[in-house]
Design a protein around this ligand. Structure first.
Ligand SMILES: *Cc1c(COP(=O)(O)O)cnc(C)c1O
Length: 444
C-alpha cells in the first residue's frame, strides 16, 4: 500500500535503494518504549525515536500538559518583548537545572537552529567587542551538529561534501576515538595528549585571535557514539582557556540524562561557556532547541545587544507556549519521576549485556556510557578493517533487525543503541537477545 514511489514524501537520511525495495515502515502509534506500524507489528525502538523519546512514546503526563496548554494558549512568538508566561518559566527552569549559577536561554525549534543561533551570537559578540576577525569555528571530525548551513558546516561527516560544505572558516579538529585513531604502541593517555597537542597546533596555525569558539559534544552521538579518550577534556580545556576561546558543549544528545548525569558536562568535568540543548528537552513531544549561556556571556551579550539596539535574530515559533509547557513537564518527569535515577540504575546491566558482543569475530569494539552505546562492525577484527560498501552491511543489519522487531539504526559501521530512560532490565534483555539473533543471522 505505502510503496515509497507512490507517495509524495521526499525522504531525508534514507537509503533510497532499500526504500524502493522494501517500502517505508509506517508507524501508527507508540506505547512505552515500543512503536506499532499500521499493520500492528510491534517494534522495540532501541533508538528512542531519534534519541529524544526518553519518557516513552505515550507518557500520559506529557500528553495532558500539552492538551491543557492548547486549551489555555495555543501558540505565540517570543519576540519584541511579548511572550507567554510558560516561555519565561521554562527559561528560569533551564537555568535552575543547568550547570550555570545564573545565565540566559534563547529558545528556538531544533538543535540545528540552536547551533546556528550560537554561531551568530559569537560572531556578534566578538565583532562588537572590537574583534571582527574572530569568526572561525572549530569542531571535530565525526561531530554531528545538525543540517542547517552553519550546523552542517560544523558537522564533521563526509556527506556534507555533497553540498560543498563546510562554509569557509569552519574547521574540523581530530576525533578522539582511541580504538580507531590510536597509533600502534600508543597508550590511551599518549593518544589524548597527541589530540590536545594537535588542537593547540591547529589553533596557532589558524591564528588564535581568529577563532570564535570551539564546539564539542561530550560524547559524539550521531558520529557513532564515541566517548572521549581518557583525560581528553581535561587536556584540551586549559588550551582553550589559554587562547580565550569559548567552549560550547553541544548537549543535544547528552543533555537531560543520557550519560547518567543531567549533563554530559558533569560526566566529563567540562566547564562550558555555552550549552546547546534539544532532543530530550521536550522528550520528543515538541520541536525545541535552546542556547544556554552562562552569566558572564549573558552579561556581555546583553550589553553588546543594547549597543546594537537588539539581537537581530529570532524564529517565529521559538519559545512556543505549548513547547515550553511540555519542556517544563519533561524536565520534571526526568528529574522527579525517577528517569535519571533509572538511567543510573540500569546502565551497568546495559553495559554488561553490551560487552557480550566483544566475543563476536565481526564486532571490533563495543563502547558507550549511560544509556548510549555502539557496536562497531568489522570485516577483520585484528586489522579493524571495515566491511566494504558505504551503507551495505549496516543497512543489511538494520533491515534484518526491523524484521525481527527491533529498531536499531546503524551509523556507518556502528550499530547504535540509545533506549528510553524508562527501559527496565527485562526490556534490556529483550533488546540484546534480539540483537544477538540478528547478528548471528547477518554474519553467517
Ligand atoms: C540531533 C543533533 C543536532 C541537531 O538537532 P536537530 O533538531 O536535528 O536540528 C545537533 N547536535 C547534536 C549533538 C545532535 O545530536
Amino acid at each position: 500500500m505505502h510503496k515509497s514511489n507512490q507517495s509524495h514524501h521526499l525522504y531525508g537520511f534514507t537509503d533510497l535503494k532499500t526504500l524502493n525495495e522494501r517500502g517505508p515502515v509506517v508507524i501508527s502509534h507508540g506505547k512505552g518504549i515500543y512503536v506499532y506500524d499500521i499493520h500492528d507489528k510491534k517494534y522495540l525502538d532501541a533508538n528512542s525515536g531519534l534519541w529524544n523519546a526518553c519518557a516513552g512514546f505515550d507518557h500520559p503526563g506529557l500528553v495532558e500538559v500539552a492538551q491543557k496548554q492548547y486549551s489555555k494558549f495555543a501558540g505565540y512568538h517570543s519576540l519584541f518583548g511579548r511572550l507567554s508566561e510558560e516561555t519565561l518559566e521554562l527559561s528560569d527552569k533551564i537555568i535552575e537545572v543547568s550547570p550555570f549559577k545564573d545565565g540566559r536561554v534563547f529558545l528556538c525549534n531544533s538543535g540545528s537552529e540552536a547551533n546556528d543561533t550560537m554561531v551568530k551570537m559569537l560572531w556578534m559578540l566578538h565583532a562588537r567587542k572590537g574583534n571582527p576577525q574572530k569568526r572561525k569555528i572549530i569542531t571535530r571530525i565525526n561531530g554531528y551538529h545538525g543540517v542547517t548551513l552553519g550546523a552542517a558546516s560544523m558537522t564533521g561527516k563526509p556527506y556534507n561534501g555533497e553540498f560543498q560544505l563546510p562554509l569557509d572558516g569552519f574547521i574540523h579538529a581530530d576525533c578522539p576515538h582511541y580504538w580507531k585513531f590510536g597509533n600502534a604502541g600508543e597508550t590511551e593517555e599518549e593518544f589524548s595528549k597527541r589530540m590536545a597537542n594537535n588542537l593547540e597546533e591547529l589553533i596557532l596555525k589558524e591564528g588564535s585571535d581568529t577563532i570564535a569558539g570551539f564546539v564539542a559534544e561530550p560524547v559524539q552521538g550521531a558520529g557513532g557514539v564515541i566517548p572521549p579518550s581518557k583525560n581528553y577534556f581535561d587536556l584540551i580545556q586549559p588550551i582553550l582557556k589559554k587562547y580565550e576561546i569559548p567552549f560550547v558543549a553541544d548537549e543535544v544528545i547528552c543533555g537531560f540524562g543520557r550519560t547518567g548525569n543531567l549533563w554530559g558536562c558533569d560526566t566529563y568535568n567540562i566547564k562550558p561557556d555555552i550549552i546547546i540543548s534539544s532532543k530530550c528537552l521536550t522528550a520528543g513531544f515538541f520541536p525545541m532547541g535552546a542556547v544556554i549561556v552562562n552569566k558572564e556571556f549573558a552579561d556581555e551579550f546583553t550589553s553588546v545587544s543594547e549597543d546594537a539596539e537588539e539581537f537581530p535574530h529570532g524564529f517565529t515559533a521559538g519559545g512556543h507556549p505549548v513547547g515550553c509547557a511540555i519542556a517544563l513537564k519533561a524536565i520534571d518527569v526526568i528529574i522527579n519521576e525517577g528517569l535519571l535515577e533509572n538511567v543510573r540504575s540500569v546502565s551497568p546491566y546495559f553495559h554488561e549485556r553490551l560487552n557480550e558482543f566483544n566475543g563476536y569475530d565481526h564486532i571490533g569494539e563495543t563502547r558507550g556510557i549511560g544509556l548510549m552505546a555502539a557496536l562497531e562492525m568489522v570485516k577483520d577484527k585484528k586489522t579493524k578493517e571495515p566491511f566494504e560498501g558505504h551503507l551495505n552491511m549496516g543497512d543489511k543489519v538494520a533491515n534484518m533487525s526491523i524484521d525481527n522487531g527491533l529498531i536499531c539504526r546503524p551509523l556507518g559501521p556502528a550499530i547504535v543503541l540509545c533506549p528510553q530512560f524508562i527501559i527496565n532490565k527485562g526490556q534490556i534483555d529483550e533488546m540484546f537477545d534480539s540483537l544477538h539473533s540478528t547478528l548471528k543471522q547477518a554474519f553467517n
